[in-house]
Design a protein around this ligand. Structure first.
Ligand SMILES: [Zn+2]
Length: 230
């Protein structure tokens, strides 16, 4: 009931922190200063690949040059709330703001010029129709803001409908996902360092399928970035 009431208030008083729902001070953009200091950052961009959980996830499956996730995902935490707003509460601009924030962090690291092209994981057309936007695209657009990279939202496409995944075996699921992605504009990808972008990293199967499609289209390397890693 309390959350419902807060959601109701947010409709009329949108100047609340998306993370803690506290009132935003002037100059604070969507997320308050306290949350900006205390959200569970991974700092993966400062770790070497042996300590980096994103790189470890793809080890032996696909070569990943840099593995990035802005936050650690914890159930019923603030990051889950942010992702819920982004995916189900029609707040794609929040994904873009997180992307811009992460972009400014990365631009101040040695990854400033590491990526030539930023490519979001395409959403299933059915989902896109229901949701009206691809949250990964908004995050990727934000990421491109301070990095020396081009943003290519339509470089990858989903080319066949995926059936419901839940009743399939792990192998069938992987096989199913693997055929889905195709590089639509190989000239943008060829001989380039690609930063592939998704909202959350869970099993990594979708990112792996996209990454393999990019490598098949002669990308020089694939790196991976997400808002959060589960
Ligand atoms: Zn806050």
């Amino acid at each position: 009931m309390k959350t419902l009431w807060i959601d109701f208030l947010n409709l009329f008083f949108p100047d609340c922190c998306a993370s803690c729902q506290g009132i935003l001070l002037s100059g604070e953009k969507k997320i308050c200063t306290t949350c900006r200091a205390n959200l569970p950052f991974t700092h993966f961009h400062k770790l070497n690949p042996q300590e980096n959980l994103v790189c470890q996830k793809f080890y032996g499956k696909m070569p990943v040059r840099f593995g990035l996730a802005f936050f650690k995902f914890t159930k019923s935490g603030k990051v889950q709330r942010l992702l819920h707003l982004i995916k189900y509460q029609n707040k794609p601009e929040l994904a873009q703001i997180l992307g811009e924030w992460y972009s400014s962090e990365l631009a101040n690291s040695n990854l400033n010029t590491a990526f030539d092209v930023i490519v979001p994981v395409p959403l299933h057309p059915k989902k896109l129709k229901i949701r009206g936007y691809n949250q990964s695209e908004y995050f990727g657009k934000g990421l491109a803001k301070y990095l020396q990279s081009n943003f290519a939202p339509s470089a990858l496409i989903r080319n066949i409908a995926t059936e419901t995944q839940t009743k399939k075996s792990r192998w069938e699921r992987w096989e199913n996902v693997a055929q889905v992605f195709e590089v639509q504009k190989p000239e943008i990808i060829q001989n380039k360092h690609i930063l592939l972008v998704d909202d959350v990293i869970t099993t990594g199967a979708t990112l792996e399928a996209c990454g393999k499609a990019l490598l098949k289209a002669e990308a020089l390397s694939v790196s991976v970035a997400a808002i959060a890693m589960a």
